[in-house]
Design a protein around this ligand. Structure first.
Ligand SMILES: [Zn+2]
Length: 497
């Protein structure tokens, strides 16, 4: 793909990837069309994974690891890794979401991550994520995206709150509750019928009360309220239609709200991208595009080129599929002993430790571009500009995992493809974010550097980044994967035998 097309392609990726499940689907689609083979964590990889081939594996459908094994791979050789995250702050539909007030149908939502939630008012929301459906007695996931603007979180008119421009305060439980429609008679009757049928005390979440359960048949007994009892019937109807199944087949779901205002290229010279989820779908997109490019040139590669995109970074990475899980250590552990010839290999910790010592983790997450109206919030000598290249993030207190040998490596990779780089530290009187970098490198014991493209309004529902920076990050990652095995032995810190 021509470098200029990457920004347009990225906008399409953003619009398709409105939840971590959909982001993984988008990445899978690209990889499958580029000769990557899907493998399962449940299978034995030792005879399956071959030199010169590319693979990917998913966990929970919301995290994905893709890798290309060099043609000259040997057990104990290096891994060049780019890591990022698939999730963004959002609102998720609650387990029991059915709500109404003053004639409005409302849907209960739970805040996910550290969003700038005041930006979530007055937006038109669609729904996306995973629905578990019963298909011939098998429970299978269905990944959906409903782009119809179903929900909105209205602000209060200024006439009723004159102080709103001085201070906008709201309660995340009571004021951030979306409206989904107006109750009408038929709807009200339907819901009443449902709740009467359930004979359910509102204070109990169980499907059947104690004194009833002994009398009910297997079909009548439910350990939980049914989905129609827990959620608005019209909402469930819409979800069933999208899944192409009966309402009764919907067993559960993990659905989030997404802004239906599509991502777009903007600015007077098309220099910006306006979108939600730039943090961190930018790195997911650039990483997967670069790995596809780098997977085609591996005749002289002795290592494994690997991309890891994790869910749950925005809430601390501690989940079975987060960066703080064993997902990446398990993959590296399995691959470090692989022979790559089709012969059975035995996992050998010596190979793992040798690989770890030779490897490098490029932790890619968005950086704070300088904001023209709040420039004093930035350290005076470290103000990254949009479209001026990826930003190396440094923090003495190791909120970012960057050190000098890492900077030298990335600088060399950038120079080979003429990509400009920028440096960032926070002010001493400012808080500092963190990334998966310190988590993964302390777990694996490998070297690391934190990097990412500059953006404005991080964690707002509408963020801004630079158009040209997309291709710059693709080129930088590609250069990292193409050149790491050659450059790594030239940066000498610990003893090399
Ligand atoms: Zn991020």
């Amino acid at each position: 793909m021509a470098l200029k097309s990457y920004a347009n392609e990225f906008v399409s990726f953003l619009n398709a990837s409105t939840s971590p499940y959909l982001a993984v689907e988008s990445i899978k689609k690209l990889l499958l069309s580029s000769n990557f083979t899907e493998i399962s964590e449940r299978s034995n990889w030792s005879t399956k994974v071959k030199k010169g081939q590319s693979y990917f594996v998913t966990r929970n459908g919301s995290s994905i690891i893709a890798f290309t094994v060099g043609a000259n791979w040997k057990p104990g050789n290096s891994f060049s890794i780019v890591g990022c995250h698939t999730d963004s702050p959002t609102l998720r539909i609650k387990p029991i979401s059915s709500n109404s007030s003053n004639g409005y149908i409302q849907v209960g939502v739970e805040c996910y991550g550290g969003g700038i939630f005041h930006t979530f008012f007055d937006r038109s929301y669609g729904i996306s994520g995973r629905v578990m459906i019963n298909s011939n007695d098998k429970l299978i996931p269905k990944i959906i995206q409903i782009n119809k603007p179903i929900l909105n979180i209205p602000t209060l008119a200024i006439h009723l709150d004159r102080a709103v421009n001085q201070k906008f305060e709201f309660n995340k439980e009571t004021h951030l509750l979306p409206i989904a429609g107006l109750e009408n008679k038929a709807e009200t009757l339907d819901q009443t019928k449902n709740s009467n049928n359930s004979k359910q005390d509102e204070t109990s979440q169980g499907g059947c009360s104690d004194h009833e359960q002994g009398k009910l048949s297997d079909e009548e007994f439910h350990s939980l309220q049914t989905m129609v009892q827990r959620h608005n019937k019209l909402l469930i109807d819409l979800i069933a239609k999208e899944c192409g199944c009966e309402v009764s087949a919907i067993e559960d779901f993990e659905l989030i709200l997404h802004d239906t205002n599509p991502s777009t290229i903007g600015g007077i010279n098309d220099e910006f991208i306006f979108s939600g989820r730039l943090d961190n779908l930018t790195s997911c997109f650039c990483g997967s595009q670069a790995l596809v490019r780098a997977s085609k040139n591996i005749e002289n590669e002795s290592g494994i080129r690997l991309l890891a995109c994790f869910d749950h970074e925005e809430i601390g990475s501690q989940s079975a599929q987060g960066a703080d899980s064993n997902f990446i250590p398990a993959v590296v552990d399995r691959l470090s002993s692989i022979l790559g010839t089709g012969e059975e290999s035995i996992i050998n910790k010596n190979h793992l430790y040798q690989s770890a010592a030779k490897s490098f983790f490029l932790s890619s997450d968005m950086a704070h571009g300088v904001h023209p109206n709040y420039a004093l919030n930035y350290e005076s000598k470290h103000k990254p500009g949009l479209n001026k290249g990826p930003v190396i993030k440094i923090n003495a207190n190791q909120r970012y995992a960057t050190n000098s040998p890492g900077i030298l490596l990335v600088k060399k990779c950038a120079e080979l493809v003429k990509v400009p780089l920028q440096l960032f530290v926070v002010r001493n009187d400012s808080p500092c974010g963190s990334t998966i970098g310190p988590i993964v490198c302390s777990k694996l014991g490998i070297r690391c550097l934190d990097i990412g493209n500059p953006q404005l309004s991080m964690h707002s529902i509408r963020e801004t980044c630079g158009t040209d920076d997309v291709a710059s990050l693709v080129l930088l990652f590609e250069s990292f994967w193409e050149n790491f095995s050659r450059l790594e032995p030239t940066i000498l810190v610990d003893a090399v035998e």
